[in-house]
Design a protein around this ligand. Structure first.
Ligand code: CO8
Length: 258
């Protein structure tokens, strides 16, 4: 895998880790970090040796937003030409499970990046928020859409329109995050969750994610049809035969991830 300046990439068996690594800017998402994260995520998505991806930052910050200094003087035309929005869509289109392990600040684009992930594990020290209206802009990489879907309109509206911060406990209560864990156990817990997922059948994981994604996009009847299509589609995989044989034989499955 290529060398990077703003991230570190690590592999542990079938789990890949993307560590955001711009400590001088609290991991603010500048253009380079975006390019590196998206390129690596696509590489890992195409690698059958990877079953789950964890994105994490530092103890102090998951990411404190898009890079304010980089965009401060730009015009509308320049922002539209920058390619940020399509690039982050590619990240959100990763077909494998992606876990955000969030400690410290997850603000603005950092919160939006976490919301692009399937599972958000938050340290009890984590702080979320979409403070963009205080900068004269709005969330731009999914915050207005994904937060509304995650927590419902009234809560999302209060968070986005006031720009206030949301602590880990509240984030869990309202459904912004999947689960809160003690800060010193965050990475270990994220590793365990990711390894548990990565041990499951990869075709099944991809199908489950595609079907859940559809739940956010399409009417119920269409979503149910897509689910049935993906469910039955798995019956021609080696992993379905192995998974069900292992159940009958009272043993652990040995998946080939195909
Ligand atoms: N952009 C650029 N630099 C940042 C950012 C940021 N978002 N956040 C922090 N930094 C820098 C600081 O400028 C500082 O650098 P320096 O030492 O050179 O002055 C360094 O990181 C450390 O930060 P602080 O000294 O401010 O640390 P504190 O502990 O005092 O405060 C905070 C931490 C509260 C997180 C504070 O840094 C802060 O409020 N940051 C900005 C949070 C924010 O408003 N985020 C939203 C940004 S807008 C956005 O995300 C839009 C996304 C959609 C568009 C995507 C397309 C590009």
């Amino acid at each position: 895998m290529t060398e990077h300046e703003t991230i570190r990439v690590e592999r542990q068996d079938r789990v890949a880790w993307i560590h955001l690594d711009r400590p001088e800017a609290l991991n603010a998402l500048n253009a380079q970090l975006m390019r590196e994260v998206v390129a690596v995520a696509k590489e890992l998505d195409a690698d059958d040796g990877v079953g789950a991806i964890v994105v994490t930052g530092s103890e102090r910050a998951f990411a404190a937003g898009a890079d304010i200094k980089e965009m401060a003087t730009k015009s509308t035309a320049e922002m539209r030409a920058d390619g940020h929005f399509d690039a982050w869509l590619e990240f959100a289109d990763v077909e494998k499970p992606v876990i955000a392990a969030v400690s410290g600040y997850a603000l603005g684009g950092g919160c939006e990046l976490a919301l692009m992930c399937d599972i958000i594990l938050a340290a009890d020290t984590a702080t979320f928020g979409l403070p963009e209206v205080g900068l004269g802009v709005i969330p731009g990489i999914g915050g207005t859409q994904r937060l509304v879907r995650a927590v419902g309109y009234p809560k999302a509206a209060e968070i986005i329109l006031t720009g206030r911060r949301v602590g880990a406990e509240e984030a869990e209560r309202i459904g912004l995050v999947s689960r809160v864990v003690a800060a010193d156990a965050l990475l270990e817990e994220a590793g365990k969750v990711a390894a548990g997922i990565a041990a499951k059948s990869l075709p099944a994981l991809r199908a489950a994610k595609a079907a859940m994604d559809a739940a956010l996009e399409v009417p119920l009847t269409e979503g149910l049809a897509l689910e049935a299509e993906r469910f039955t589609g798995l019956f021609d995989t080696a992993d379905q035969k192995e998974g069900m044989a292992a159940f009958s034989e009272k043993r652990e499955p040995r998946f080939q991830h195909r």
